[in-house]
Design a protein around this ligand. Sequence first.
Ligand code: SF4
Length: 378
Amino acid sequence: MSVSHFPPRDPGPARDPLALAPEDCGRGHACQFCPQEETCRLEKGHHEKRLIESRLAQIGQIIMVMANKGGVGKSTVSANLAAGLAARGYRVGVADADIHGPNQSRFFGFVGQRVRLGGNGLTPCAFEDDGIAHPLRIGSLAFMMERDDTPIVWRDAYKHDFMHHLIGSFDWGPLDFLVIDMPPGTGNELITLADLLEGHDVAALLATTPQEVALMDSLKAVRFCQERQLPLLGVVENMAGVTCPHCGGEFHLFPRAHLAEALAEVEVDSLAQIPLSPALASGSDRGQPIVLAAPEGPEARAFAPVVEACVAHARQGFAEAAAHSLQALASEASDGLEAALASVPPEQRDALRDELQDQLAGLLGDAPRPPAPDDTIR
Ligand code: SF4
């Protein structure tokens, strides 16, 4: 199925607040794709909410790759980050949210491909490579357009709906990481996605170049993250230097002193400096991210700290969630223990409590552990 735009959502019939949870059809796609849309009497808003929650429940860590300015290489950073995570053994998806420049289809070699609507929604394109154990799952507006060169002229309501489709209508399956290639700026699309993903494990990365104008825009994105309490893992400096193809010497097109100073002021780390490299650009054009095409090359080495930062953040989140569950479990078990001890004769109570608490501590000692590099996060 191929569509060129999405009509605004139908909110469906008004809901009785005393009614039980509304009935759902269980279909894995949005109502706009449904052959029964005209006649269906079910609550469509509920269906969409359930669909998005069921997708997100299977996704571990979400990384939003942002840039407040176009043309800084945000999509290249997204593609190579995703490929770097996949090369570490993780299950990774790439959601291309850049409505006006959906490039991930090109970066993974799927130009001209169209996705099909299956029983469980739209199937992302699967990118395979010898360097990865699990295919990367790519979802993009480009797979749903009549033609690749169709310009997108949408009002905000359509963009809002597309953001919901991107997360809910694509059948992402279980993922350790979903990398979202965000549109530039801090406008409607970013706000819609930030709202949609609230309460889930989301962190942001900011791509920029060391130019003064890009820097000023990037600081606006930093402020957005701070105001929304969205963890910002750091900045990826793209086009940070050039390696001469003849002599191998390095030089910088833009001085980075201002960038370093400004980042220190807002307490944001610079994670990596990615060189302006012909290999990086041609890897993107060929449809194979450079971190997979040349895993030992300087570009892959430059991306490594970005991958590390995402893995470290995800592991920390996992460890915190495990510690929280463990605490809840321990407090529940301790309440249950006291209730059970109430029926034991008082003179035996203390000895039995000590014995049972030792056993409980032994059991809770087998708590879940944070994932090792090649483990899955969920
Ligand atoms: S219109 Fe929506 S709620 Fe109704 S059957 Fe189709 S997908 Fe389900």
